[in-house]
Ligand binder design. Structure first.
Ligand code: PEP
Length: 259
């Protein structure tokens, strides 16, 4: 029924220590199982803090959970004198499928530039991780009405030098900064307009097959109660969820968005 398999992704941010993380993931697994709904038509991914990844790996493998996981950031380097940084190689060895790149909190709090983000996208592919590249405008740009151009410019800058084969595997998350953690959610039409523009831009930069394969997510105050509407839009292939992913029942209701 879906052209692309929907991805429901939970970004835990700097919440949940390694014990809380296990508990949350166990609860989520029970909730999804108990409901006897076939959530396998969608892919479920969680993005815990680095320190939780080993525990998540053990739980997912041991209980054979139908959940994949990734990290919230990675270094653009593979190894060496980069104190405090984490290599994509390490994430790969911990069984990560995905890695967030360029979340707005990384762009603003850590001043990550598009040049750095492009290097991180490359590093992710180098270590066989699928980057979830986050793009999106702040409030001032939205009010000025230049949000589409701004977001496409981020996309172009972050994908410079990335091949069509790589882009076909990529996930791009449109996250308007004014909607993140604010309770203010972009309308489904806003999400659709931007995702359609992103897909058209990818077709322009690459080709129609690549644009048809890439998955585009919306993120910003997604909850159980607004997920279905957003996911119904034709160019929206999933959601990236922050706050609501910390509550197993709420996140599970997003996973089962049609029910
Ligand atoms: C996010 O951090 O990616 C996000 C979308 O947060 P929230 O759902 O809390 O707005």
């Amino acid at each position: 029924e879906f052209v692309r398999r929907p991805l429901i992704a939970g970004n835990w941010k700097m919440n949940m220590d390694h014990v809380q993380g296990i508990t949350l993931l166990q609860k989520l697994a029970w909730t999804l199982d108990d409901a006897h709904h076939d959530h396998r038509r969608v892919e479920v991914a969680v993005f815990p803090p680095f320190t939780d990844l080993r525990g998540v790996q053990t739980l997912v493998a041991g209980d054979d959970l139908d959940v994949v996981y990734g990290a919230q950031d990675l270094s653009e380097h593979d190894s060496g004198a980069y104190t405090g940084d984490i290599s994509g190689q390490f994430l790969n060895r911990l069984g990560c499928t995905y890695v967030l790149v360029g979340h707005s909190e990384r762009r603003t709090i850590h001043q990550e530039t598009d040049a750095t983000l492009r290097a991180k996208v490359e590093a992710a592919f180098r270590h066989d991780l699928t980057p979830v590249l986050c793009v999106g405008e702040g409030l001032e740009i939205r009010q000025a009405g230049t949000h589409v151009e701004h977001t496409l410019e981020q996309l172009r800058a972050d994908l410079e030098g990335i091949t069509a084969e790589q882009v076909a595997r990529l996930v791009v998350a449109y996250e308007p900064v004014w909607a993140i953690g604010t309770g203010e959610v972009a309308g489904p039409e806003d999400a659709q307009v931007m995702c359609a523009a992103l897909r058209a831009e990818i077709e322009e930069l690459y080709d129609a097959a690549t644009a048809g394969a890439v998955r585009l997510l919306y993120g910003g105050s997604v909850k159980g109660q607004n997920a279905a509407q957003i996911l119904r839009e034709r160019d929206v292939d999933g959601v990236l969820v922050g706050g609501a992913s910390l509550d197993a029942a709420e996140f599970a209701s997003i996973v089962r968005f049609e029910n």
